[in-house]
Design a protein around this ligand. Structure first.
Ligand SMILES: Nc1ncnc2c1ncn2[C@@H]1O[C@H](COP(=O)(O)OP(=O)(O)O)[C@@H](O)[C@H]1O
Ligand code: SF4
Ligand SMILES: [Mg+2]
Length: 327
């Protein structure tokens, strides 16, 4: 049964090695003070370019990384505590970015699907667990014929279905999907999108889908959150954020998503340029300022999220001055 996912002021900092020359310990604030809520049964798309902290955020929610600060709730249960997480581990399942690397290449699909059942004591005996594994494969559009197969030699689309089935095996309330459509061709992408829509509906799940493709986000989600260097810079109903992006970074993502479509006629005049810094380093004040075409003195302070419309928030000091008419 789906439950509300609530993340409160979550941060995750990675500390590098101290340099013997400068005696400085570099740290990356991969997730910085993130708060978000996904209502039961809804899907939130988390969008942003590579290096913005999306995977770190879901890996922290899934308990793979220990949060540096903040709390995570599934329903009323606080799962940010390590001991509580063990009890609630079943409730939150992550479908990782690279399906092949998350499967043991020398073990069969049968093993991949029945192992979580054994760990969580689901199914009366081995044959019940195997029947459940076969049913799961059918539910993701594969068949029991895959049970004795090894991951090697399977297509990315098939592997993606297996890892979705493995996540569903333990009947989670919350499903986190990290770039489920990256590294697949267009036809497979369409199939995976349809599979995810089906799965979300028939399994009654609360979902978070990470993607750097804003058009995929639009297809799959009720709400959208845009992340830049560890912080949420805009959030709201997906159609509202897509049709009226207010933050310069979101405007850039939307404009580049529609650039291939000449009929879309998106505004590209003062579009930001450049890339996410590869070392995750932040400018002082607004982290987006080195790429922003609207920077002013006020941007030396870190902007926080504020209402910019009904159920729509953005973190930018100059919203009122920026052309919002991205048609
Ligand atoms: N295990 C790690 N150790 C140190 N730095 C990391 C680790 N994982 C991610 N990072 C850094 O955190 C930042 C965000 O990375 P990531 O969460 O993978 O972003 P995204 O998924 O949006 O591409 C990057 O600067 C990345 O180099
Ligand atoms: S706060 Fe300033 S630098 Fe940051 S996005 Fe807004 S205008 Fe650009
Ligand atoms: Mg990632």
């Amino acid at each position: 049964m789906s439950q509300r996912l609530r993340v409160e002021e979550l941060s995750k900092t990675f500390h590098g090695r101290r340099s013997w020359r400068t005696m400085h310990t570099p740290s990356v604030h991969a997730v910085d003070d993130v708060s978000l809520t996904i209502e039961p049964g809804q899907t939130l798309a988390l969008v942003g370019e590579s290096g913005c902290g999306k995977s770190t955020l879901v890996r922290t929610i899934a308990g793979i990384y220990q949060a540096t600060a903040g709390r995570i709730f599934v329903g009323d249960a606080d799962i940010s505590d390590r001991r509580a997480l063990r009890r609630h581990r079943r409730a939150v399942q992550l479908v990782p970015q690279n399906p092949l690397s998350s499967l043991n290449r020398s073990r069969t699909i049968r093993h991949a699907l029945t192992q979580p059942l054994r760990v969580h004591h689901i199914g009366a005996d081995r044959s019940a667990q195997e029947r459940r594994a076969a049913t799961l494969l059918e539910q993701v559009g594969l068949s029991a014929d895959y049970l004795p197969r090894l991951p090697v030699g399977m297509s990315v689309g098939e592997l993606q279905r297996v890892v979705v089935a493995r996540a569903l095996a333990v009947e989670p309330s919350v499903l986190l999907l990290d770039e489920p459509t990256s590294s697949v061709d267009l036809t497979t992408k369409a199939r995976i999108i349809n599979l995810l829509l089906d799965v979300q509906r028939s399994f009654d799940l609360t979902c978070m889908i990470i993607t750097h493709e804003i058009d995929i986000a639009r297809h799959l989600s009720h709400r959208m959150a845009v992340m830049y260097l560890g912080r949420i810079v805009e959030s709201g109903l997906t159609e509202e954020v897509f049709n009226r992006p207010r933050h310069p970074y979101t405007q850039m993502l939307v404009a580049s998503a529609t650039a291939a479509d000449p009929l879309a006629g998106r505004h590209t005049g003062d579009m930001p340029r450049g890339e996410v810094p590869s070392d995750g380093s932040h400018a002082d004040g607004c982290a987006f300022s080195p790429r922003c075409a609207h920077t002013a003195d006020v941007c030396r302070a870190v902007p926080t999220l504020r209402a910019v419309g009904p159920d729509h928030r953005a973190a930018c000091h100059r919203i009122e001055q920026i052309d919002t008419a991205v048609p």
